[in-house]
Design a protein around this ligand. Structure first.
Ligand code: DX5
Ligand code: ZN
Length: 228
Protein backbone atom coordinates (compact mmCIF):
# COMPACT_ATOMS: atom_id res chain seq x y z
CA UNK A 1 0.00 0.00 0.00
CA UNK A 2 1.31 3.43 -0.93
CA UNK A 3 2.23 5.99 1.70
CA UNK A 4 -0.64 8.39 2.46
CA UNK A 5 -0.34 11.80 4.11
CA UNK A 6 -3.39 13.19 5.92
CA UNK A 7 -3.04 16.80 7.14
CA UNK A 8 -5.04 17.46 10.30
CA UNK A 9 -7.15 20.59 10.12
CA UNK A 10 -6.98 20.86 13.91
CA UNK A 11 -3.91 23.02 13.30
CA UNK A 12 -5.56 25.02 10.50
CA UNK A 13 -7.43 28.34 10.74
CA UNK A 14 -11.02 27.28 11.54
CA UNK A 15 -12.39 30.54 10.11
CA UNK A 16 -10.90 29.67 6.69
CA UNK A 17 -11.38 25.91 6.43
CA UNK A 18 -12.15 25.83 2.69
CA UNK A 19 -8.94 27.74 1.90
CA UNK A 20 -6.96 25.63 4.34
CA UNK A 21 -8.23 22.47 2.60
CA UNK A 22 -7.07 23.89 -0.74
CA UNK A 23 -3.66 24.74 0.74
CA UNK A 24 -2.91 21.01 1.01
CA UNK A 25 -4.17 19.83 -2.37
CA UNK A 26 -1.95 16.85 -3.11
CA UNK A 27 -2.67 15.37 0.30
CA UNK A 28 -4.43 12.01 0.23
CA UNK A 29 -7.08 12.79 2.84
CA UNK A 30 -8.06 15.67 5.12
CA UNK A 31 -8.00 14.52 8.74
CA UNK A 32 -10.90 16.03 10.69
CA UNK A 33 -10.64 15.81 14.50
CA UNK A 34 -14.04 15.72 16.19
CA UNK A 35 -13.80 16.28 19.97
CA UNK A 36 -16.74 16.45 22.38
CA UNK A 37 -15.09 17.72 25.60
CA UNK A 38 -16.04 14.42 27.28
CA UNK A 39 -13.92 11.71 25.70
CA UNK A 40 -11.12 14.28 25.50
CA UNK A 41 -10.76 17.63 27.30
CA UNK A 42 -11.23 19.72 24.16
CA UNK A 43 -14.07 20.74 21.86
CA UNK A 44 -13.80 21.19 18.11
CA UNK A 45 -16.52 20.66 15.50
CA UNK A 46 -19.40 18.39 14.57
CA UNK A 47 -21.66 17.18 11.79
CA UNK A 48 -22.61 20.58 10.26
CA UNK A 49 -18.98 21.60 9.77
CA UNK A 50 -18.15 18.22 8.22
CA UNK A 51 -21.08 18.65 5.82
CA UNK A 52 -19.82 22.07 4.74
CA UNK A 53 -16.23 20.91 4.42
CA UNK A 54 -17.26 17.92 2.30
CA UNK A 55 -18.94 20.34 -0.13
CA UNK A 56 -15.92 22.68 -0.12
CA UNK A 57 -13.17 20.20 -1.06
CA UNK A 58 -12.58 17.25 -3.37
CA UNK A 59 -10.09 15.75 -0.92
CA UNK A 60 -11.80 12.88 0.95
CA UNK A 61 -12.46 13.42 4.65
CA UNK A 62 -10.94 11.14 7.29
CA UNK A 63 -13.02 11.86 10.41
CA UNK A 64 -11.38 10.96 13.72
CA UNK A 65 -14.10 10.86 16.36
CA UNK A 66 -12.74 11.55 19.83
CA UNK A 67 -16.22 11.38 21.33
CA UNK A 68 -18.30 9.34 23.72
CA UNK A 69 -21.12 7.20 22.33
CA UNK A 70 -19.62 6.78 18.83
CA UNK A 71 -22.15 3.97 18.25
CA UNK A 72 -24.81 6.66 18.19
CA UNK A 73 -22.96 9.41 16.28
CA UNK A 74 -20.50 7.81 13.83
CA UNK A 75 -23.11 6.91 11.16
CA UNK A 76 -24.09 10.59 10.95
CA UNK A 77 -20.54 11.47 9.91
CA UNK A 78 -20.82 9.07 6.96
CA UNK A 79 -24.08 10.77 5.98
CA UNK A 80 -22.35 14.15 6.35
CA UNK A 81 -19.82 13.14 3.69
CA UNK A 82 -16.88 11.49 5.47
CA UNK A 83 -15.22 8.78 3.38
CA UNK A 84 -13.49 7.25 6.41
CA UNK A 85 -14.77 7.29 9.98
CA UNK A 86 -12.58 6.38 12.96
CA UNK A 87 -14.09 5.61 16.36
CA UNK A 88 -12.17 4.96 19.58
CA UNK A 89 -12.45 1.40 20.85
CA UNK A 90 -12.35 2.74 24.43
CA UNK A 91 -15.64 4.56 23.78
CA UNK A 92 -17.48 2.09 21.56
CA UNK A 93 -20.13 -0.16 23.11
CA UNK A 94 -20.13 -2.60 20.17
CA UNK A 95 -17.13 -2.02 17.89
CA UNK A 96 -17.90 -4.85 15.46
CA UNK A 97 -21.49 -3.76 14.98
CA UNK A 98 -20.35 -0.15 14.57
CA UNK A 99 -17.64 -0.98 12.01
CA UNK A 100 -20.19 -2.98 10.01
CA UNK A 101 -22.64 -0.10 10.11
CA UNK A 102 -20.03 2.41 8.90
CA UNK A 103 -19.09 0.09 6.03
CA UNK A 104 -22.73 -0.60 5.18
CA UNK A 105 -23.31 3.14 4.88
CA UNK A 106 -20.47 3.35 2.36
CA UNK A 107 -17.43 4.65 4.26
CA UNK A 108 -14.19 3.03 5.35
CA UNK A 109 -14.39 1.84 8.95
CA UNK A 110 -11.48 2.58 11.26
CA UNK A 111 -10.78 1.99 14.94
CA UNK A 112 -8.40 4.02 17.14
CA UNK A 113 -6.36 3.00 20.17
CA UNK A 114 -5.19 5.48 22.81
CA UNK A 115 -1.57 5.06 23.90
CA UNK A 116 -2.42 2.81 26.88
CA UNK A 117 -4.77 0.54 24.90
CA UNK A 118 -3.08 -2.64 23.65
CA UNK A 119 -3.68 -4.12 20.19
CA UNK A 120 -3.64 -7.78 21.23
CA UNK A 121 -7.26 -8.05 22.52
CA UNK A 122 -8.50 -6.81 19.13
CA UNK A 123 -6.62 -9.21 16.84
CA UNK A 124 -9.80 -11.06 15.88
CA UNK A 125 -11.61 -7.79 15.03
CA UNK A 126 -9.06 -6.61 12.49
CA UNK A 127 -10.81 -8.15 9.44
CA UNK A 128 -13.82 -5.97 10.27
CA UNK A 129 -11.77 -2.81 9.76
CA UNK A 130 -10.32 -0.84 6.83
CA UNK A 131 -7.85 1.07 9.00
CA UNK A 132 -6.42 0.93 12.50
CA UNK A 133 -5.26 4.19 14.13
CA UNK A 134 -2.50 4.02 16.71
CA UNK A 135 -2.38 7.28 18.67
CA UNK A 136 1.19 8.46 19.18
CA UNK A 137 0.11 11.16 21.69
CA UNK A 138 -2.73 11.29 24.20
CA UNK A 139 -5.68 12.46 22.09
CA UNK A 140 -7.05 15.95 22.61
CA UNK A 141 -4.55 18.49 21.33
CA UNK A 142 -2.26 19.20 18.41
CA UNK A 143 1.39 20.06 18.80
CA UNK A 144 2.30 17.44 21.43
CA UNK A 145 5.56 15.49 21.46
CA UNK A 146 5.61 12.11 19.67
CA UNK A 147 5.57 9.11 22.01
CA UNK A 148 8.42 6.85 20.93
CA UNK A 149 7.12 4.16 23.27
CA UNK A 150 4.33 3.52 20.74
CA UNK A 151 6.76 2.18 18.12
CA UNK A 152 6.64 -1.42 19.44
CA UNK A 153 2.83 -1.37 19.21
CA UNK A 154 3.05 -0.20 15.60
CA UNK A 155 5.48 -3.06 14.89
CA UNK A 156 3.27 -5.66 16.56
CA UNK A 157 0.21 -4.41 14.70
CA UNK A 158 2.04 -4.59 11.37
CA UNK A 159 2.99 -8.20 12.21
CA UNK A 160 -0.66 -9.05 12.91
CA UNK A 161 -1.70 -7.48 9.59
CA UNK A 162 0.89 -9.65 7.83
CA UNK A 163 -0.04 -12.78 9.79
CA UNK A 164 -3.69 -12.50 8.74
CA UNK A 165 -2.92 -11.28 5.19
CA UNK A 166 -5.12 -8.21 5.65
CA UNK A 167 -5.42 -5.08 3.48
CA UNK A 168 -5.79 -3.00 6.64
CA UNK A 169 -4.21 0.48 6.61
CA UNK A 170 -2.16 1.42 9.67
CA UNK A 171 -2.44 5.09 10.63
CA UNK A 172 -0.39 7.06 13.14
CA UNK A 173 -1.57 10.35 14.64
CA UNK A 174 0.21 12.72 17.01
CA UNK A 175 3.60 14.34 16.83
CA UNK A 176 4.26 13.11 13.29
CA UNK A 177 6.83 15.41 11.68
CA UNK A 178 9.99 15.44 9.59
CA UNK A 179 11.80 14.29 12.74
CA UNK A 180 9.54 11.29 13.53
CA UNK A 181 7.84 10.08 10.34
CA UNK A 182 10.72 7.81 9.34
CA UNK A 183 10.54 5.91 12.64
CA UNK A 184 6.80 5.41 12.11
CA UNK A 185 7.25 4.17 8.54
CA UNK A 186 10.06 1.83 9.54
CA UNK A 187 7.85 0.35 12.27
CA UNK A 188 5.02 -0.34 9.82
CA UNK A 189 2.71 2.69 9.53
CA UNK A 190 1.48 3.60 6.06
CA UNK A 191 -1.01 6.45 6.75
CA UNK A 192 0.41 9.52 8.47
CA UNK A 193 -1.61 12.29 10.12
CA UNK A 194 0.24 15.56 10.59
CA UNK A 195 -1.27 18.74 11.99
CA UNK A 196 1.29 21.22 13.24
CA UNK A 197 4.00 19.85 10.93
CA UNK A 198 1.82 20.79 7.93
CA UNK A 199 -0.20 23.84 8.96
CA UNK A 200 2.61 25.26 11.07
CA UNK A 201 4.85 25.27 7.99
CA UNK A 202 5.23 28.35 5.76
CA UNK A 203 4.18 26.22 2.77
CA UNK A 204 1.75 23.45 3.83
CA UNK A 205 1.72 21.74 0.41
CA UNK A 206 5.53 21.57 0.43
CA UNK A 207 5.41 20.14 3.96
CA UNK A 208 3.11 17.37 2.71
CA UNK A 209 5.55 16.60 -0.13
CA UNK A 210 8.48 16.55 2.28
CA UNK A 211 6.75 14.17 4.68
CA UNK A 212 5.72 11.89 1.82
CA UNK A 213 9.27 11.75 0.42
CA UNK A 214 10.70 10.77 3.80
CA UNK A 215 8.07 8.09 4.46
CA UNK A 216 8.37 6.66 0.93
CA UNK A 217 12.15 6.40 1.11
CA UNK A 218 11.98 4.43 4.37
CA UNK A 219 9.06 2.25 3.25
CA UNK A 220 11.01 1.11 0.18
CA UNK A 221 13.68 -0.30 2.48
CA UNK A 222 11.41 -1.52 5.28
CA UNK A 223 11.45 -5.23 6.03
CA UNK A 224 7.69 -5.26 6.66
CA UNK A 225 6.99 -3.90 3.16
CA UNK A 226 9.27 -6.35 1.35
CA UNK A 227 6.70 -9.16 1.14
CA UNK A 228 4.29 -6.93 -0.80
C1 DX5 B 1 -4.87 14.92 18.51
C2 DX5 B 1 -5.45 14.77 17.13
C3 DX5 B 1 -4.47 14.91 16.05
C4 DX5 B 1 -3.76 16.25 16.01
C5 DX5 B 1 -2.34 15.97 15.67
O1 DX5 B 1 -5.70 14.37 19.45
O2 DX5 B 1 -6.07 13.52 16.98
O3 DX5 B 1 -5.01 14.61 14.78
O4 DX5 B 1 -4.28 17.15 15.09
O5 DX5 B 1 -1.62 17.15 15.73
P1 DX5 B 1 -0.02 17.15 15.61
O6 DX5 B 1 0.32 16.55 14.28
O7 DX5 B 1 0.32 18.58 15.72
O8 DX5 B 1 0.50 16.30 16.75
ZN1 ZN C 1 -6.64 12.94 14.91
Amino acid sequence: MAVQINPSILSADFARLADEAKAVEGADWLHVDVMDNHFVPNLTLGVPVVESLARATDTPLDCHLMIEAPDRWAPQYVEAGASSVTFHVEAAAAPVRLAREIRAKGARASMALKPATPIEPYEDLLPELDMLLIMTVEPGFGGQAFLDIMLPKIRRTRELIGKHGLELWLQVDGGVSDATIERCAEAGADVFVAGSAVYGAADPAAAVRGLRAKAEAVTKQATWACDH
